[in-house]
Design a protein around this ligand. Structure first.
Ligand code: TYM
Length: 336
């Protein structure tokens, strides 16, 4: 599992344990992580340190970490085949973040879309952690010298910053980090809210009818999909600007079935939105039911989750230590 002397690529990615994972997380991220496990060395993190950049309750955070790992396993991340780790358990993430912060221009952080969005949403609590968030994320990636970072489209800007910081560090201190590549899926990279399809599907959407959770029961999934916002005509056609609601449902269908937009358009020509939504609901229920069933088993088994994390943390720490000792030496920190 942990062997970088062969040709396997190192894959690293993470999600925040801020609640249940939704369909955007699944289609934009988790589904692809699973497809990368075979043949690569994978590190999948639960980033609890990022999760405290917005208001939260410590007891909920603890529960959400278990929940997040259970959902990872339920989605197919077999802890025997990949390393599941908890960010706060690994020594080095925040140390590297500090080093990277010292070469990161402040202006670049202030321009980050996610910082601006979250500052708007949490105007009463704009803390420095929120601003520093992308540097910690760069550190999550570079500390494993990752080759590939599978993410949804909303993380593209953060990966760009990570690449900039890797290059800047290499230029300033000599070659140390690989410059990681983002891996963004063709369909499902940006799933939108079912109720306000101009904004992305999110855990913090005030209108929860717009968010499908991967552990929702079939009835709840169907109800939300059947009441998804569409438009006043009845043509199933892919046109995100003009028909954002229908186009979003088409993306969801395409991400599950692998069909092209043309195929979906042809299949549902003249059939109307009710019929189309029912078909989308069928596909989503069929795709998520095994995930929910597995989740219910795994989440009830705390020791399985703890074992998985223990194993993954150890592997992650070994890899992080190697890179950190190089970094400390290069920046001139004495080891006495
Ligand atoms: P987070 O927890 O918000 O989301 C986890 C993953 O889900 C993707 N995603 C989406 N994809 C499609 N449509 C959506 N509506 C949607 N919403 C979320 C995200 O792109 C992400 O891939 N900053 C990261 C966590 C992070 C990280 C890292 C990721 C911390 N360190 C290092 C990669 C590498 C985040 O907030 O993810």
């Amino acid at each position: 599992m942990e062997n970088s002397s062969d040709n396997r690529k190192v894959v690293l990615t993470c999600a925040q344990p801020t609640g249940k994972l939704h369909l955007g997380n699944y289609l934009g991220a988790l589904k692809n992580w699973v497809s990368l496990i075979e043949g690569n060395e994978c590190y999948f993190g639960v980033v609890d340190m990022h999760a405290i950049t917005i208001p939260y309750v410590p007891a909920d955070l603890r529960k959400n970490v278990y929940d997040c790992v259970a959902q990872y396993i339920a989605c197919g991340m077999d802890p025997q085949k990949c390393n599941l780790f908890l960010q706060s358990s690994i020594v080095g993430h925040t140390e590297l973040a500090w080093v990277l912060g010292c070469i990161c221009p402040l202006g670049q952080l202030e321009r980050m879309t996610q910082f601006k969005d979250k500052s708007r949403k949490h105007a009463e609590a704009i803390n420095s952690g929120l601003l520093y968030y992308p540097v910690l994320m760069a550190s999550d990636i570079l500390i494993y010298n990752a080759d590939i970072v599978p993410v949804g489209e909303d993380q593209k800007q953060h990966i760009e910053l990570t690449r900039d910081l890797a290059q800047k560090f290499n230029f300033t201190y000599s070659d140390t980090f690989k410059v990681p590549e983002p891996y963004i899926p063709e369909s499902g990279a940006r799933i939108m809210s079912l109720q306000s399809p101009e904004s992305k599907m999110s855990k913090s959407d005030p209108n929860q009818a717009g968010t499908l959770y991967i552990t929702d029961k079939p009835d709840a999934l169907r109800k939300k999909i059947m009441s998804a916002v569409t438009d006043s005509d009845s043509e199933v056609r892919f046109a995100p600007g003009e028909k954002p609601g229908v186009s979003n449902l088409m993306c969801i269908m395409a991400a599950f079935t692998g069909e092209s937009m043309e195929q979906i358009q042809a299949d549902f020509a003249g059939k109307g939105y009710g019929y189309f939504k029912k078909a989308v609901a069928d596909v989503v229920v069929e795709g998520l039911t095994p995930v929910r069933e597995r989740y219910e088993q795994v989440v009830a088994d705390k020791s399985l989750i703890e074992e998985a994390l223990k194993r993954g943390n150890e592997a992650a720490q070994r890899r992080a230590d190697k890179i950190m000792s190089k970094v400390y030496r290069k920046v001139g920190f004495l080891k006495i």
